[in-house]
Design a protein around this ligand. Sequence first.
Ligand SMILES: Cc1cc2nc3c(=O)[nH]c(=O)nc-3n(C[C@H](O)[C@H](O)[C@H](O)COP(=O)(O)O)c2cc1C
Length: 367
Amino acid sequence: MEIRKIPITNRKDEHILLVSQEKVESNQTTWLEHVTFVHNTLPELNLDDLTFSCEFLGKSITAPVFVGAMTGGTELTKKINVSLAKAAQKYKIPMMVGSQRVILKHPETKSSFSVVRECAPDIPIVGNIGIAQITTSESFKYVQEIIDNIDADAVAIHLNVIQEVIQPEGDNMFSGAIEKIQMLKDQLDVPIVIKETGCGISKEIAQQLFDIGINIIDVSGVGGTSWVAVEFYRAKKYGEVSKRELGKLFWDWGIPTAASILEVKSVVNRPSSIQIIGSGGIRSGIDIAKALRLGANFAALARPFLMVALEGQDSIETFIEQTFRELKITMLLTGSKNIDELKKAPVVISSSLKEWIEERKIEFKRI
Ligand SMILES: Cc1cc2nc3c(=O)[nH]c(=O)nc-3n(C[C@H](O)[C@H](O)[C@H](O)COP(=O)(O)O)c2cc1C
């Protein structure tokens, strides 16, 4: 896909352009570098015997790896969705689509999302809408439309307060959100995933969400794509000086991914029903293994999948195979024959992450 040749007439395409061509990663890291697996020099395992297959929403998947929520709504993003969905179907991994808000005002864009289900009939697919859109009362009726659009297995509500505040055309109304999430949950017959978009989720918020019956949280912490950075570039382009400066200031705001996974995991007291997706700056099979070791059930990658999708179908497949290989080798080197064993592999936690665990009184079993 030759992105430079595409006329950018729309915010979704503009996001793709900025995320793929500007420096949009946060300066703050994920803190996964403060998690070190204790090397097992005698694993007594064969690489080919290791397995990381698991289940999400009752469907078998090859690996605990998701295509993170990104896009839809335009011709360019439809092509990206088709490529990602074909790969997700081939490798049997779940896929989250980007915000489907656009289909409500522009029903002609529906196919840019529904192609995902057409190309990937067997995998779990997660729909997407922003919290700002469900805080208005008329919103309830259209969430079902969003689900039906892609025959979704679940719907993600994304939290993006800082992005909305800095976005030139963003929303500023955030009160009453928990109540709205609960009302929505009671009306839907698919689970709700609550996800951040790069600022992480704390244990206090996770507890509030668990208390109203939310069972799936995607932490999307700091360390990967910064949406403040993306909005910084847009504010700059549109001459919004104050928002541009706010973008610079809040560029790295939030909870690093490693800390956020630990935060959310620390309040899980019904382990079988709660699922945590570790995301935000997950960039390799080692990162995935560390996210799982800290307490995530799955890991999601967004920007890395966009970058390979723009290169072509082969690049997506090569990337998935390489990532799987990296995860498998990490399992071998920690003596873990499956994900359950990886989740108990000995680790050492150091530096800022160690301090965070102490300061925040988080319980974490290292061995
Ligand atoms: C191009 C792009 C578009 C995105 N659009 C959405 C979206 O519509 N809804 C959403 O919940 N998250 C969206 N995200 C956020 C990602 O799902 C993810 O939380 C965030 O990018 C951090 O992951 P990463 O560091 O692997 O990119 C988008 C990310 C990218 C890169």
